[in-house]
Design a protein around this ligand. Sequence first.
Ligand code: SF4
Length: 369
Amino acid sequence: MSTSDILIEVKNLEVLFPIRKKKLFSSEVRQLRAVDGVSFDIKRGETVGLVGESGSGKTTVGRAILRAIDPTGGDVVFHTNGNDVDLARVEGEELRKFRQHMNMVFSEGPVQLSTLAADRLRLFRSKMSLVFQDPYSSLNPRMTVRDIIAEPLIASGMMKDRDAIDARVREIAGRCKLNLEHLRRFPHAFSGGQRQRICIARALVSRPDFVVCDESVSALDVSIQAEIVNLLKDLQEEMGVAFLFIAHDLSVVAQMSHRVAVMYVGKFVEYAPTEKLFFEPKHPYTHALLSAIPQADPDADFNPIRLEGEIPNPLDAPSGCRFHSRCPFARERCASEVPEWREVASEHFVACHFTEEFEFSRPNRNTKN
Ligand code: SF4
């Protein structure tokens, strides 16, 4: 893929949450730096995996890109291509109205999402979507499967004609391997795997260019996980949608992703193509995470690196390199100087002062071909 294939550019993204601490006669407001200066890009039709321990800020990055929460700094640029807009999404009168919207939004080239007014942002939301972790709580128990899947089309104003909506719902339900008979039923009648298929159908019904999958397979059994991962890969090939795949299971991320980013206390520490990151990690934290992946072979050596201490609280993030309090290779400079985010090999970005001195490797494992 070339750089012209870039769909989303995240530039120096920052999300701060004010935390008010009450004192005896006053109160103090401190800033929790959930995401602190994160920069990366996502190409069309690509899956970017995002991994890290709980509390590292993965979910906040996904939601800030979707503008489900407002970033406090930086920018998210959605690269549109006027000629590529899929006008097959809508028909008739809706097509005319949609074209008006498209002209309004796309005539300007790249769009800075932070500058969009609410109505234009609503339109853009039809191009981006989200699959949640919990397929039980993310479906309204009082709505039929048909109405759940149709909701984004109606909410975004993309379609109003009932027959056209039904046709689109049946099409995406079939692609997600849902039985069309099930469209009249309510969510309680389905297993976890079927519910997650409904969630995926809902996320893809508006033919988005970009979907955030936030721990979307973490709550499922292993065999169902494999089914859902295969379904997502098939849908990506058919529809060309890009995914930000947030997960803590590195094996699943390796199966799913073209590139992988590793996050620690609100910052990216490494970002590289999947093969490079898994076989030639360049950051001590990535190396420690990879060493902890269990192996299927009971005779194989398994020596996970044990990091001392807990992941730091982002309210009291360590100075310098945030990993220095747990890094086995930390030196004096690490505690005082923030490591630069730099490209150390083609498409391989790392934030570590001494990465050139390390030669990490790991045994052969299955990753995406
Ligand atoms: Fe470890 Fe220092 Fe590199 Fe941070 S900058 S990862 S503390 S060696």
